[in-house]
Design a protein. Structure first.
Lengths: 387, 185
C-alpha cells in the first residue's frame, strides 16, 4: 500500500505543473487573444487631447449641476454614481448594478475602470454607504455620504484585519467594526483611524465554524454574529449545527444563540440586517458555496424575532425559489448580489429582489405588498429614508 | 451628485514601457515574469486545458484592468496568485449547461505523451484522486503544498476562513490516502 504523504503530493503537483505549462499556449499567444478585449489606448498627442476635452466637459457639467442644485431646479437624490448604477424603484429603493469581485463582460463597466468598489453596507440613520475594494482584504474601507467621501479607513498597521466584506458600521456613529484575520475578535475603528476597542467574540464561534457575518444593532448595544461551515460535507448536523447566529453584548460577552441550522443543505448564514427598532434580525439562509447537484435548496430570508422578554422565534419571510433557476449555481460569496434585501426605514416592510422585479413584503409575515417590475440588476439593495 | 472616489495613494504598477508600444507589448511586459506561474496554478486547479486557459485569460484581464490597485510591486506575485486561484475556482463553478457546450476535445496535460514513462498505476491513481477533489480542495493543496503558502495565507488568497481552509486540506489528504489505499487493495 502506498503511503500518501505531503512529499508525494508535492512531487505529483510539481510534475503536473510542468505538464500544464507544456500544454498551455505561449505568452505571446495568450496576449494575442487578450489584447482585442483590452482594447488599444490612445497615445501621445491624441491622449492629451482626449484628457483635455474630458476635463472641459466635466467642468461644464459640474458647474451646471451646481447651479441647478443651488437654485432648487434639480433635486438630487442620494446616489452614488461611481461605481453604483442607480435603479430607482419606488423613488426610495435603490439597487447597485455591479458585478462585485468578478469582472463580467456582460455587465456595464464601472465608470472608472481602474477602480472597483463593492457596496457593503448602508446606514439608514446617516445615509452613509460603506464600500470595500473589489479585491477583498485590501484592509481599507470607504464611507460615502450624500456630500461625497466621509471617511477612508485603513486597518491600523498594528492590527491584523481580515474580511473587508464583513466590515460594518457601528457601534458608534463614526465607527466601523472590522473582524480580525482569524475571525475570533472584532476591532472597532473610528473614522479618525484610531482603534477604539477590540472585542473577543471567540465564545460565539462554534467548533469548526468560521465567522461569516456581523452587524451591530441600531442602538449599538448588541452585535449580531453568524458562523458557518462553508461546506455541508465538513459538518455532521447530527452532532453539531452547520451554521449558527448569535448576539453578543457591547463588550463581546454574554453570547446568546438565536438560531442554529441543522439542515445539511443549508449551511450559509449571511447578510445579517437588523430592523430599525432592533427587535428583528433578518438574514439569508442558503445552500453551501458551491454548485451542488442535484439542484440546490432555494435560499430563504429568515427573520429572527428578538424582542425583549419574548422567546426567540424564526420566521421564513421569503423563499427565493425563482431566482435559483435563473442564477444557476448559488454561491455563498455572492448572496448579497444575487439575493439582496433591505429593511424599510419604518421597519414594516422589506424590499426583496427576485423574479425579475423588486417586491415589498411585510416584515411581519412576508405577504407581498407591492411590486416594482423592471430589469433586474445584480447588486445589493438599500431603502433610503424619506427626505 | 455623488462624488467620485479618488484613491489617496499612488500605485506601483507603472511598467517601464515606452509610450509608443502596443497593447500587446505592454501586456507581455506586465505578465512576462509571472505567466508560467499563472498557467501552473490554473492548470492544477482546473484540471482541464480548456478551463485553465479561460481562467488564465480572465485573470490576466482582471489583473490588467486593476493593476493600479497594486501598491507594492513586491506583492505582485501574491496579488496575481489570488486573482488566478479565484478565477480558476470560478471557472469550475460555471453552470452545468455551459460545461455541456464546451468542447470535450481539449487535451489534459497528464494525458499527453509521456516520454519519461512515468505514468505508473500509482501515478494514475493519484491523478484520478486529485481530480476527484473539489476545486476548493485542489486550490488549497496547490497553494499550501505546491506554492508553499502558509495556511493563513492560503485562506486569505482563497477568501475563505482559516478553519475552512484547514478542513479542506485535511479532507483532501484524507481522500487522496483513501483512494490510493483502495486502488492498492
Amino acid at each position: 500500500m502506498t503511503t500518501v504523504n505531503d512529499d508525494l503530493i508535492r512531487a505529483f503537483l510539481a510534475d503536473e505543473a510542468q505538464r500544464a505549462v507544456a500544454a498551455a499556449p505561449s505568452l505571446d499567444e495568450a496576449v494575442g487573444r487578450l489584447a482585442p478585449r483590452i482594447g488599444g489606448r490612445p497615445h501621445g498627442a491624441s491622449r492629451r487631447l482626449i484628457v483635455l476635452l474630458a476635463a472641459t466637459l466635466l467642468l461644464v457639467a459640474a458647474l451646471g449641476t451646481a447651479i441647478a442644485v443651488g437654485s432648487g431646479i434639480l433635486r438630487v437624490p442620494l446616489v452614488i454614481t461611481d461605481p453604483v448604477i442607480e435603479l430607482m424603484r419606488n423613488g426610495r429603493i435603490i439597487q447597485a448594478d455591479f458585478d462585485g469581485f468578478w469582472l463580467d463582460d456582460t455587465a456595464p463597466p464601472p465608470p472608472r475602470a481602474d477602480q472597483a468598489y463593492v457596496w457593503e453596507g448602508f446606514d439608514q440613520d446617516t445615509g452613509w454607504f460603506l464600500y470595500t475594494s473589489a479585491l477583498s482584504r485590501e484592509g481599507r474601507v470607504w464611507v460615502v455620504g450624500d456630500g461625497g467621501l466621509v471617511a477612508e479607513l485603513d486597518c491600523p498597521a498594528s492590527l491584523s484585519c481580515g474580511g473587508d466584506e464583513m466590515a460594518t458600521f457601528g457601534p458608534g456613529r463614526e465607527e466601523v467594526t472590522w473582524p480580525s484575520a482569524d475571525g475570533r475578535s472584532v476591532h472597532v475603528i473610528g473614522f479618525d483611524g484610531t482603534l477604539r476597542d477590540t472585542l473577543d467574540i471567540s465564545a460565539s464561534i462554534s467548533q469548526g465554524q468560521d465567522l461569516s457575518d456581523l452587524v451591530w444593532s441600531p442602538d449599538g448595544t448588541r452585535l449580531g454574529v453568524s458562523t458557518e461551515f462553508e461546506f455541508s460535507t465538513e459538518c455532521d448536523p447530527s452532532s453539531l449545527p452547520c451554521g449558527t447566529v448569535w448576539i453578543v453584548n457591547r463588550d463581546g460577552g454574554e453570547p446568546q444563540v438565536l438560531y442554529t441550522e441543522r439542515a445539511a443543505e443549508y449551511t450559509a448564514l449571511r447578510e445579517l440586517a437588523w430592523s430599525p427598532d432592533g427587535n428583528t434580525l433578518a438574514l439569508l439562509v442558503a445552500p453551501p458555496g458551491f454548485c451542488a447537484f442535484p439542484e440546490q435548496a432555494p435560499p430563504r430570508l429568515v427573520a429572527l424575532r428578538v424582542a425583549p422578554d419574548e422567546p426567540v422565534r424564526a420566521d421564513t419571510l421569503n423563499v427565493y425559489d425563482d431566482e435559483r433557476r435563473e442564477s444557476g449555481c448559488i454561491l455563498a460569496h455572492h448572496l448579497r448580489l444575487d439575493f439582496p434585501f433591505a429593511w424599510s426605514p419604518d421597519g414594516t416592510r422589506i424590499a426583496v429582489a427576485g423574479g425579475g422585479e423588486i417586491i415589498e413584503i411585510s416584515a411581519e409575515d412576508g405577504e407581498v405588498l407591492a411590486r416594482h417590475p423592471g430589469e433586474r440588476a445584480n447588486g445589493p439593495l438599500a431603502w433610503l429614508p424619506e427626505r | 451628485m455623488g462624488e467620485t472616489i479618488h484613491p489617496m495613494r499612488s500605485t506601483a504598477t507603472d511598467t517601464a514601457v515606452p509610450e509608443s508600444t502596443s497593447v500587446e507589448d505592454e501586456l507581455a511586459a506586465f505578465f512576462d515574469a509571472h505567466y508560467a506561474r499563472m498557467v501552473r496554478l490554473a492548470g492544477l486547479v482546473c484540471r482541464t486545458g480548456h478551463l485553465a486557459e479561460d481562467a488564465v485569460q480572465a485573470a490576466m484581464e482582471q489583473a490588467w484592468r486593476r493593476r493600479s490597485s497594486l501598491r507594492e510591486p513586491g506583492r505582485m506575485r501574491w496579488w496575481l496568485d489570488r486573482i488566478v486561484v479565484r478565477e480558476a475556482i470560478r471557472m469550475n463553478r460555471r453552470p452545468w449547461w455551459s460545461r455541456l457546450t464546451a468542447t470535450h476535445a481539449d487535451e489534459h496535460a497528464s494525458l499527453l505523451p509521456d516520454p519519461a514513462g512515468e505514468t505508473t498505476p500509482q501515478r494514475m491513481a493519484l491523478t484520478a484522486a486529485f481530480e476527484a477533489l473539489t476545486p476548493e480542495q485542489r486550490a488549497a493543496c496547490v497553494l499550501h503544498l505546491h506554492l508553499g503558502y502558509g495556511v493563513v495565507e492560503t485562506a486569505e488568497l482563497m477568501g475563505a476562513g482559516v478553519e475552512t481552509t484547514r478542513s479542506r486540506l485535511r479532507l483532501a489528504r484524507r481522500r487522496l490516502r483513501a483512494d490510493l489505499s483502495e486502488d492498492a487493495s
